[in-house]
Design a protein around this ligand. Structure first.
Ligand code: 1HE
Length: 276
């Protein structure tokens, strides 16, 4: 008997999300799965796809607590659709880049954590998309490149802000100047990849992580997504002050109080070693 697909319990999204034809969106409980669905073009991101990603992330169903993003076909994402770049003037090009920023900001600074499941090419804008997610799972086949250098362009989807914060500016400089491509293991070693899995196992891992995340208090997710990256950029003194305000806000929520009581009364899980 064949093993059911990891998302076999998911049902297609309804309403607005169902109308986004470049995405395939499905939901199971508190987990939403958004699959880039332009495999013929290797999920290259054209104007329509970036707009649909933005629309999806600002219209998440109220009961969703975590999102998994993956790519249909042999690759996660081939980056910017180069066929649309040729005819743009400078003003249109700036607005185009700002449109990508808005979409990826909606992912990074949205309401719920997002897990990227990566396989095949994760290049250019595909790596920028992955970098805007909160956790990255990579299958054996995944590889990371920034072919902008070869194409005579520059990153425009937030890559210069987000990618150095994962792998360091020196590695990104090398990728862009020499066309160097990192494999999945290098991606893990260099801080891009949080979880390494075999080919075909990424979605199951992503969904497993999303279910865990969905069980957290929403205020904790908010603090990790919105406060942590800002505190990292502050001076230590300002950071410590902001941390105190965030910590006090989180611990005062009724959900935190209930969770703390549950532990003290022996009703909550203890901390155990992870198997990953
Ligand atoms: C595309 C794109 C694309 C594929 N824009 N059409 N990104 C790149 O420079 C990566 C360019 N793509 C590739 O290097 C390869 O396509 C892949 C390694 C990703 C996949 O190779 P492969 O052999 O599986 O597919 P393919 O045969 O190259 O591509 C299949 C089709 O997709 C083909 O179109 P067809 O009409 O001839 O069938 C390709 O032209 C098309 N295709 N990738 C347009 N990217 C906000 S700034 C972000 C800046 C960037 O992202 S720059 C990096 C752009």
């Amino acid at each position: 008997m064949s093993t059911p697909a990891p998302d076999s319990t998911f049902t297609p999204a309804t309403g607005l999300l169902a109308g986004l034809d470049l995405l395939q969106i499905s939901q199971d409980g508190a987990v939403l799965h958004i699959r880039l669905n332009r495999p013929v073009k290797r999920n290259a991101i054209n104007d329509g796809l970036i707009a649909q990603l933005h629309t999806a992330f600002v219209n998440l169903p109220a009961d969703v607590r975590a999102v998994v993003v993956s790519g249909e076909g042999a690759h996660f994402c081939a980056g910017l659709d180069l066929s649309e770049l040729v005819e743009r003037d400078i003003h249109a090009a700036i607005l185009h880049s700002r449109g990508w920023h808005a979409a990826f900001d909606a992912i990074q600074f949205g309401r719920v954590p997002v897990i990227a499941v990566l396989h095949g090419a994760v290049v250019g804008g595909g790596l920028e998309l992955a970098a805007s997610c909160h956790i990255r799972v990579a299958e054996d086949s995944a590889y990371f490149g920034l072919p902008e250098g070869q194409r005579g362009i520059f990153v425009g989807g937030g890559g210069s802000v987000r990618i150095p914060r994962l792998m360091g500016a020196a590695r990104m400089t090398d990728m862009m100047l020499t066309g160097r491509v990192f494999d999945a293991d290098q991606g893990e070693r260099y801080g891009v990849v949080n979880y390494r899995v075999g080919d075909g196992d990424g979605l199951a891992k992503g969904i497993e992580l999303a279910r865990k995340i969905a069980g957290n208090a929403p205020m904790t997710a908010f603090a990790v997504m919105h406060a942590l990256p800002r505190i990292v950029e502050m001076s230590p003194s300002e950071g410590l002050f902001a941390e105190s305000l965030m910590a006090a806000s989180a611990s005062s929520t009724p959900e935190a109080q209930a969770r703390l009581r549950a532990f003290l009364e022996g009703r909550a899980a203890k901390v155990v070693k992870s198997e990953d």
